[in-house]
Design a protein around this ligand. Structure first.
Ligand code: PMT
Length: 350
């Protein structure tokens, strides 16, 4: 039996009913102005561990700036949560498993990048994603022989290849993993890392694959303890809009880095327009559009000056388990190469 056939049949309970998707034709939120940013960071507290994260990130960036000269990709991955209570029992979440981010991280590493992987804690991680609970139980990769646990020979070759890549990333100090859970932690950490990445200038690449919440419950209105059942039988939650921080990233936090954002839609007829609008609004370098239903097989890459094209896996490529990120990442790296050389030219001219 092939390794593939041995895998358990998987019921994807997380795939939503597209017929129930919300109407994404409604206009986008206003972009965050400087005053929104100041207000946000004045009003909501930084995570208590932020200084420690900044220290780790600083060391990582200094190491690569001094010793390897590698380009540094900040990849954001997974979904942000919105807690409804301070002692959080309940929270609002979204579907993202972090597949796009974790998979892309591996290809960025293969393309010579140092990677800072800002991910939703417990979502997929580069390399270990191949053996995660979402694909199979890790024990299915083991077998017993002479009272010892061994790797099942069906998986051994594939695992060796992944193990070598993982070790290479680790031994060369090329992968730094930083977690977040809430949207507040995400925003604070993103801002801190972006500011620290200014040290490598145009060699910084932002690959924003995380699914970031558009609404949140301000700390001032958050109950301390678990919300109790209401006598009315209803719970009404009044959420605030999260400012769109992408513009702040482009203008203030990462003025020299190349920024790639993702646009997620469920209606194919508006995807390209929405991606172009995002590029126009935020004035960054690339938008990768994807549909919830087909995101693993097809994306559209939208660049300034109305340039757009699709990357699509054929049925054969899907069957052969080709990952679309193996095509997306080299293309993004090529754009980044040009971004860096344009920067060098501009510096020489000025
Ligand atoms: O993890 P997987 O299961 O593999 O799924 C991958 C993915 C579908 C989540 C990924 O490919 C993707 O599309 N990620 C972006 C999803 C998203 O948040 O899209 P959006 O249309 O809501 O936001 C567009 C952009 O605005 C994003 O770059 C986001 O970082 C930014 N944003 C969003 C909210 C907010 N308050 N401020 C922002 O700046």
């Amino acid at each position: 039996m092939s390794p593939q056939a041995r895998r358990n049949s998987v019921f994807h309970t997380s795939i939503p009913d597209a017929g129930c998707a919300i109407d994404r034709n409604i206009p986008d939120f206003p972009i965050a102005q400087l005053s929104d940013e100041e207000k946000y960071f004045r009003t909501y507290k930084a995570p208590p561990y932020l200084d420690e994260i900044e220290e780790e990130v600083r060391k990582f960036i200094d190491y690569h700036a001094t010793h390897t000269g590698k380009r540094v990709a900040l990849i954001t991955s997974g979904g942000t949560t919105v807690p409804l209570e301070n002692n959080t029992v309940r929270f609002i979440d979204n579907f993202s498993a972090g597949t796009r981010g974790a998979t892309s991280a591996e290809y960025f590493l293969e393309n010579g990048y140092a990677v800072i992987f800002l991910y939703r804690e417990f979502s997929l991680l580069p390399y270990s994603r191949h053996y995660s609970h979402t694909t199979n139980c890790f024990l299915d990769y083991m077998t017993e022989s002479n009272n010892k646990v061994e790797i099942n020979p069906d998986f051994a070759h594939e695992m060796l290849i992944i193990l070598r890549k993982y070790k290479k990333a680790k031994d060369s100090n090329s992968l730094l993993v930083i977690p977040f859970t809430t949207v507040n932690q995400y925003l604070y950490t993103l801002r801190s890392i972006a500011i620290l990445l200014q040290k490598v200038g145009s060699k910084a690449l932002f690959f924003l694959a995380a699914a970031v919440s558009d609404f949140f419950l301000p700390q001032s209105r958050m109950p301390q303890h678990k919300i109790q059942s209401q006598s009315t039988g209803k719970l009404i939650i009044d959420l605030e809009q999260v400012p769109k921080f992408l513009r702040r990233l482009v203008d203030n936090w990462a003025p020299s880095g190349m920024i790639v954002s993702f646009k997620l839609e469920t209606d194919s007829s508006i995807l390209i327009d929405k991606a172009k609008t995002a590029l126009d609004r935020y004035q960054h370098q690339l938008v990768i559009g994807n549909l919830l239903q087909s995101r693993k097989k097809e994306v559209v890459i939208v660049a300034p000056n109305d340039q757009s094209h699709s990357i699509k896996l054929s049925d054969r490529e899907v069957k052969e388990n080709l990952e679309i990120e193996s095509l997306i990442v080299p293309e993004v790296a090529e754009h980044h190469e040009k971004w860096i050389s344009d920067h060098i030219k501009n510096e020489q001219e000025s």
